[in-house]
Design a protein. Structure first.
Length: 443
């Protein structure tokens, strides 16, 4: 499936450039570089950054509160296996732990002197960390919540990222001062043994992400003639080029399934894919001077990116601009989904829909509802979410751009769920109004 883009009409502009890209800037309250972001649910998350800064939100990033770490040392990675238990690691072998959601952080004293770059906890007891500088360069493992760490020797000069799917299966990216083809290593026995997985590309690896035991992605630093994102569909036995080099480093990857993912990196670049990395599109414009260092999503729509100068961005649309125009102050007296026009179309078409204040069948007092407007291909695969939020009564217009899609038949579905019936976890299951229409893209 090829990449699509969504262009919608937007009548209320702000001075925030990110509001026109699907990413909205949040107020971190600091100007220090942020290096890592993790969430345990759509409301509660943490950022860690330079000079010992740790920030927490409990309302999806509307407010970020500083949590005292007690150290003025750069923190490079944070991991929360549960809402209360978390870990942060950084320079000079610093390992911090909290057992109360970050209200109090305390140092775990270890003989580790490496500047720790990555930490990943599978559960509250079992975790891994690694980094650079100091001798030897090891991957460290704990089985008692960080109170003690076992060192596992690996053939590398630095460790850049670690990820585990369970207590046995995991991967780590490694590097050296001399570019090597052997830059990712895998374990199937909880870190006891690690096996190098060559890519046959000269690349300084930076981060690895697996969505399941077979499908994974790897990013790194390269020249413009080399790939910067690679993909495997066989657990790392073979890696294939998915994204040609841009000259910019991809610092972080996150996938919510085998198809949908995001990459964040140098010069304010955020890119997305909906076909497993075969195609990538820019969600933000290139701007020099600011790097994005970490990306994290709690579902296919809600995610955050953090970076230099204390920047935090949030999306509730998967990074796609899905704003709309309320075309009239007139309040409609019934729900309605129009036939798109033009139809057939190439490549853009307009969809109109009405949201009524009436509660079915004809009771007054409704205040709109939770609206979902989605595009599907003929096989029933979702290719775009245009609207996915509560909307007041009104007449709305959305412009869909199918420039990246192949010619063919597509369907769009409007589902409206009313507050008195809607299940917030799955509003489509309690829809009071639903309608599907057919459209044709011809190129």
């Amino acid at each position: 499936m090829k990449i699509f883009t969504v262009i919608v009409l937007f009548t209320l502009f702000t001075n925030n450039v990110f509001s026109q890209t699907g990413w909205i800037q949040q107020n971190s309250g600091i100007t220090t570089n942020l290096n890592s972001v993790k969430f345990t649910n759509s409301n509660t998350g943490w950022c860690a950054g330079n000079n010992g800064f740790i920030l927490k939100t409990t309302n999806g990033g509307i407010n970020w509160i500083q949590q005292p770490s007690g150290f003025n040392i750069d923190l490079k990675s944070v991991s929360f296996p549960s809402a209360n238990t978390g870990f942060a690691v950084g320079d000079s072998g610093l390992i911090l732990k909290t057992t109360n959601g970050g209200n109090i952080w305390f140092k775990i004293y270890t003989p580790i002197t490496n500047f720790l770059k990555s930490v990943f906890f599978v559960n509250e007891n079992i975790g891994f960390t690694g980094g650079y500088f100091g001798e030897p360069i090891n991957i460290y493992k704990t089985t008692n919540g960080g109170m003690s760490w076992d060192s596992i020797r690996v053939s590398a000069q630095f460790i850049t990222s670690i990820q585990f799917l369970n207590t046995s299966l995991g991967w780590a990216t490694m590097g050296s001062s001399v570019i090597s083809e052997d830059f990712v290593t895998k374990t199937t026995n909880g870190g006891i043994d690690w096996v190098l997985q060559p890519s046959h590309y000269s690349l300084h690896a930076k981060t690895v992400f697996f969505s399941d035991s077979l499908n994974g992605w790897l990013s790194g630093v390269s020249s413009v003639s080399y790939p910067t994102i690679l993909r495997t569909t066989n657990s790392g036995a073979n890696w294939i080029t998915e994204f040609p080099g841009t000259g910019y480093s991809v610092n972080s990857l996150y996938f919510t399934n085998n198809n949908k993912g995001w990459a964040a990196g140098e010069n304010r670049i955020i890119q997305s894919t909906t076909n497993g990395g075969v195609n990538w599109i820019n969600q933000t414009a290139t701007q020099s001077g600011i790097n994005y260092n970490s990306v994290y999503f709690t579902d296919s729509l809600i995610g955050w990116v953090v970076g230099d100068s204390g920047i935090i961005l949030k999306t509730t649309t998967g990074g796609v601009l899905t704003n709309f125009t309320n075309t009239s102050t007139e309040i409609p007296d019934k729900y309605f989904l129009s036939q798109n026009y033009p139809n057939p179309f190439n490549p853009t078409t307009i969809i109109n829909y009405n949201i009524t204040p009436l509660i079915p069948p004809f009771e007054k007092g409704g205040t709109g509802g939770f609206v979902q407007l989605k595009i599907f291909d003929v096989l029933g695969n979702e290719v775009s979410t245009l609207v996915n939020e509560n909307k007041p009564p009104g007449r709305y217009e959305v412009t869909f751009n199918g420039a990246g899609l192949p010619s063919g038949v597509y369907f769009y579905r409007l589902v409206v769920s009313l507050p008195r019936k809607a299940d917030p976890s799955n509003p489509m299951e309690s829809g009071d109004f639903s309608e599907i229409k057919r459209m044709v893209l011809i190129k």
